[in-house]
Ligand binder design. Structure first.
Ligand code: FES
Ligand code: MG
Length: 592
């Protein structure tokens, strides 16, 4: 902050609104803001202009209440002596965008970069919620490196159906299995799913949305406790007000994303992800955010720093409860408090509060031990992502927090060869092929089958699809076998409770090993060594390469073509190629 409080340093926005060398341009920049009643005095006052990156719209229902919450953001900004300017971001509605909202994350990123870079903004509030709204916004804030703060919209209230908690997404995967096993009707399936959405807000399970908002908080980019407050609670509006105020102070104190987004902060986030039973989508999104922030984050960091962390949050899909109870139990700060006390968190990391993470966490111990477990008495030990490699891929992960006891017994604890599983591959080329053939008796799928799906990666789909959590054929579900080992170059929903090996990189469409596996091959998975190989000799693999890469759908929009030409693999965050250089580009001040 400036030494003399009455004489603040010259702000970025003053280059637009107070440029004595270019009166003509200043006039041009100023005049149209008068259209909605803004005065030249305000814009020329030297007060920080705070952008509100508005992610809510009718097309993004998970974030739509940000349209109302923006009022409290504005109140906070005004009371702290700033000027709010709200603008829309590209809609990113996870459940609805075809072929997948993942395709649009980099597009939303590019759009937000141009806005933050090219308009007279001194700082920005990133309104987040639905899955990709958080990473795309933080990626952009890093590129332009303007003072920025994340304001989450919060999850929906808890869903109830017939006296049971029903959580977003998770209810679909569970009902899907019950329906296939003939336990519920079509109507009951729909009712349970609709009951999981009782209010405004994003998914109320620890799916990708709640995970990514928790990641933003763990990174130090939102106020303490922001991520988990349910969307409909009064505290959400109060958090908006405080976030608005703090955004102005961030500009005056000149605290930028580059001050906060360090390697240490990212390792903290990886550990928090394990402890909350967070989404596998956190892997590519954190990789992408790190890349744009210029931080070294290696795919193996998930294994080295995350795998041994226990599951502490008893929240669906890994546990029993939903967002409301998680918030009341203390939310993300209570989880981080446990990690800090156990020596598993770097408490010295700076945060947007202006304090260190350890200072933020003071007094945040949970009092609800049903929902937030103590570090030494967790829900499950070693609950992070297992990192695997072999001749099918260089990198893939498996989320250990959702591996059920039944699955562990069947595949991980077979006496004599614990942790090693060999099975016959049944290979699907994309999800249409899977749906068309999964119940085909000719495939002869049994307990010893490994389901493989390819053509679902960033280039193949394009965007990478949440399809690896393939359910077994109906005849196995009826026998009570609810999951088989699955492998794929796509992703799975953060709300899924399936023990899949996913995010395989490089993908089949990029010539990765999955392109050369065939139905009937034996695949050996060694969970202890982190190895996954098809037992096919080199000569045969070389012969199959002559058959070419399995076909994927043609480009259907201009962006799909540009995306495919520019995207990296999931192990690298599926960013635009060269993302690590983008921060340097945006250091050049904008020309007029
Ligand atoms: Fe938007 Fe889950 S679909 S948060
Ligand atoms: Mg999803």
């Amino acid at each position: 902050m400036s030494d003399d409080k009455n004489k603040p340093r010259r702000l970025r926005s003053q280059d637009w609104f107070d440029n004595p060398d270019h009166l003509d341009l200043t006039a041009l920049y100023l005049e149209r803001f008068m259209n909605y009643g803004t005065t030249p005095e305000e814009l020329r006052s030297g007060k920080p202009i705070i952008g509100i990156a508005q992610s809510g719209s009718d097309l993004n229902p998970c974030n739509r209440h940000h349209l109302d919450l923006a009022k409290r953001l504005r109140d906070g900004i005004r009371d702290a002596g700033g000027i709010p300017i709200e603008f829309p971001t590209h809609p990113l509605f996870e459940n609805c965008k075809r072929p997948t909202a993942a395709l649009d994350r980099n597009l939303a990123y590019l759009g937000l970069v141009e806005i933050l870079y090219g308009y007279p903004l001194d700082g920005v509030i990133l309104t987040t919620g639905c899955d990709k709204t958080t990473p795309s916004a933080l990626m952009a804030a890093s590129t332009v490196d303007l003072p920025a703060i994340v304001f989450s919209g919060g999850p929906m209230l808890d869903g109830w159906h017939d006296g049971d908690l029903v959580g977003s997404g998770t209810v679909i995967w569970r009902s899907r299995r019950k329906f296939a096993a003939g336990e519920i009707t079509r109507e009951e399936f729909l009712e349970a799913a609709l009951d999981s959405a009782p209010s405004v807000g994003h998914c109320n399970t620890m799916g990708t949305a709640s995970t990514m908002n928790a990641m933003a908080e763990a990174l130090g980019m939102s106020l303490t406790g922001c991520a988990a407050i349910p969307a409909a609670y009064r505290e959400r509006g109060q958090m908006a007000y405080r976030t608005g105020r703090r955004a102005v102070e961030l500009v005056l104190e000149d605290i930028k994303p580059s001050d906060i987004l360090t390697r240490s902060a990212f390792l903290n986030a990886i550990r928090v992800n394990s402890a909350i039973g967070g989404s596998t989508n956190a892997q590519p999104h954190l990789a992408a955010m790190a890349k744009h922030a210029g931080v070294e984050l290696h795919p193996d960091d998930w294994q080295v720093h995350g795998f041994d962390i226990p599951l502490l949050a008893n929240v669906q899909p890994a546990g029993a409860y939903l967002g409301e109870r998680f918030h009341r139990a203390g939310g993300v700060p209570a989880i981080m408090w446990e990690l800090l006390k156990a020596g598993k968190l770097d408490g010295s990391c700076p945060t947007v509060t202006g304090k260190t993470m350890a200072e933020n966490l003071e007094g945040r111990e949970s009092e609800d031990r049903e929902v937030i477990k103590p570090y030494d008495a967790p829900m499950r030990e070693r609950a992070g992502f297992l990192v695997l490699k072999g001749n099918l891929f260089d990198f893939a992960i498996m989320k250990m927090s959702v591996v059920s006891e039944g699955f562990r017994e069947r595949y991980l604890q077979e006496p004599g060869r614990e942790g090693v599983f060999e099975g016959k591959a049944v290979v699907f080329d994309g999800s249409e092929d899977y749906h068309a053939r999964i119940n085909d008796p000719a495939l002869d799928i049994d307990e010893n089958t490994i389901l493989v799906i390819r053509g679902a990666g960033p280039m193949g789909w394009p965007g990478s699809a949440e399809v690896v959590n393939m359910q077994p054929p109906d005849h196995l579900l009826k026998k009570g076998i609810m999951s088989l080992p699955t492998i794929g170059d796509g992703r799975q929903s953060g709300t899924a409770d399936s023990p899949s090996i996913l995010n395989a990189s490089p993908e089949s469409a990029a010539g990765g090993g999955l392109a050369w596996v065939r139905t009937g091959d034996i695949i050996r998975i060694d969970f202890n060594q982190g190895l996954c190989n098809m037992l096919v000799d080199e000569a045969e693999i070389a012969r199959r390469k002559g058959e070419g890469i399995p076909k994927v759908p043609a480009d259907a929009t201009p962006w799909q073509r540009i995306y495919r030409q520019t995207v990296t693999q999931l192990s690298e965050g599926a960013t635009i190629k060269g993302a690590d250089e983008f921060r340097q580009l945006a250091k050049t001040p904008p020309r007029h």
